[in-house]
Design a protein around this ligand. Structure first.
Ligand code: HEC
Ligand code: HEC
Length: 372
């Protein structure tokens, strides 16, 4: 949480510096946008910022801990050398050497392997941890092998489809337009209005009406963009793992396609917030997609996905809640969802949902940077 709060400081201050930049035609490379990148070469801006989030999540240090207070006031100070930034550079070198010498250069040992969400990695095993209950985190817990009564993947996905209203009715919903509220670290926990546009089998656009202007996140079926008035870089063309992530998030609203996201599914069980859930772990291709279904209702309560970066795997969770009927459509959808990622969290709650209204194609086109 510490890390996230300062990310907000970062994006707000950065808006002043980069607010007027023109949208780029190609994904921007971080080495070109930032001034002093010595080791993390060859990353796009979205990958680079995810890597910074990965550092924060791994060490529980926020952006400003490493980069120094001046960076909170002026984005250019992110290029300053600080004691901890220098140390972190040394750590990057050490980590790369370990992986090169022992793991054929794969990112097996990461910042998190040693740091486990703390500044000072521990050397002495903890009896408290050894004897405590396992953590309630699906990325952490070994998904317990399913018992005899475990459903097959077919049964699990079928139950979900039934719980939503059945395959036939779901197939009849080809577009959804919704309004609601959005609250996140990037709104400083203030509620803002949001518009959501969805089209089968998985095209999506979201417009958050920030104080500073409209923040638009769009996935058009093959490309994805973020245009946001108060981001360090106000227009980002997403790449690789981020595009795949946008596809998964969009598909979640047209459940017929969920299963096809991965070729093989294994079923296990675990708990989320004390609730018993079936976990479907999909592989092929990597990284995996994990879907968690409430054992009783059959509804999807969480999806976990990952972005593979050179530095390691960045986890993203989306929690779904408040399933209600879409008026007139005879099917349910989550009216509330909360994505959590390494440098932020937000909650969208819908107040108005309409199925099968035509949506102007421009809504799914590459957005232009907006500013009030
Ligand atoms: C554990 C320390 C650490 C944390 C935490 C951290 N960074 Fe960094 N950051 C670095 C290092 C090291 C570099 C330089 C990487 C290199 O030289 O390749 C860097 C570079 C940067 C740069 C490039 C600056 C320039 O102009 O060259 C930006 C921007 C940045 N970080 C933003 C962030 C943000 C935003 C966060 C919080 C989400 C963050 N950092 C968290 C260590 C950290
Ligand atoms: C092989 C284990 C290991 C890995 C991998 C590792 N670290 Fe460390 N790190 C340590 C240890 C041990 C210390 C404490 C060293 C000390 O006290 O001098 C430390 C200290 C640090 C510190 C200084 C903390 C402070 O308060 O002085 C930073 C910053 C840091 N690591 C960042 C990172 C980042 C970022 C990564 C991933 C690129 C990383 N580390 C990967 C073991 C590791």
């Amino acid at each position: 949480m510490k890390a996230i709060r300062n990310y907000v400081l970062f994006v707000l201050s950065a808006a002043l510096t980069f607010g007027q930049a023109q949208p780029a035609a190609k994904p921007q490379m971080a080495d070109a946008v930032y001034k002093d990148i010595k080791l993390l070469k060859g990353l796009t801006v979205d990958q680079f910022l995810d890597t910074m989030g990965f550092f924060s999540a791994s060490t529980n240090m926020n952006c400003i801990d490493c980069h120094g207070l001046p960076a909170a006031g002026d984005q250019k100070h992110y290029a300053d050398d600080t004691k901890l930034k220098t140390k972190a550079r040394m750590m990057i070198g050490m980590m790369q050497a370990i992986n090169k010498q022992n793991f054929a250069g794969k990112s097996i040992v990461t910042c998190y392997t040693c740091h486990r969400g703390g500044e000072d990695p521990k050397s002495t095993p903890s009896l408290a941890v050894q004897y405590s209950e396992p953590l309630d985190d699906p990325d952490e817990i070994e998904i317990r092998t399913a018992a005899d009564e475990a459903p097959s993947p077919d049964q699990l996905f079928d139950k979900y489809i039934q719980a939503l209203g059945g395959a036939q009715r779901l197939a009849a919903v080809t577009s959804i337009v919704a309004k609601g509220t959005y609250v996140g670290f990037d709104t400083e926990t203030e509620k803002r209005m949001v518009d959501i546009y969805l089209k089968a089998p998985g095209v999506r656009s979201q417009v958050v009406h920030y104080r500073a202007g409209d923040g638009i996140t769009t996935y058009d079926g093959s490309a994805a963009w973020i245009s946001q008035p108060d981001k360090p870089v106000p227009f980002i063309e997403l790449t690789g793992g981020q595009i795949e992530g946008a596809k998964i998030d969009a598909t979640a609203f047209f459940p017929a396609g969920l299963r096809k996201l991965r070729s093989a599914w294994k079923i296990g069980m675990t708990t989320i917030d004390g609730r018993d859930v079936w976990a479907a772990v999909g592989t092929g291709p990597e990284p995996p997609v994990k879907l968690f279904f409430d054992k009783n209702s059959g509804l999807l309560v969480r999806l976990a996905r990952y972005i593979q970066l050179p530095i390691g795997r960045v986890p993203v969770h989306v929690d779904f809640d408040d399933y209600r009927e879409i008026p007139g459509a005879g099917v349910k959808m989550p009216f509330k969802w909360t994505p959590t990622w390494v440098d932020g969290q937000s909650t969208t709650a819908l107040t108005e949902v309409q199925a099968n209204v035509s949506i102007d194609a421009a809504k799914f086109a590459r957005p232009t940077a907006t500013k009030k």
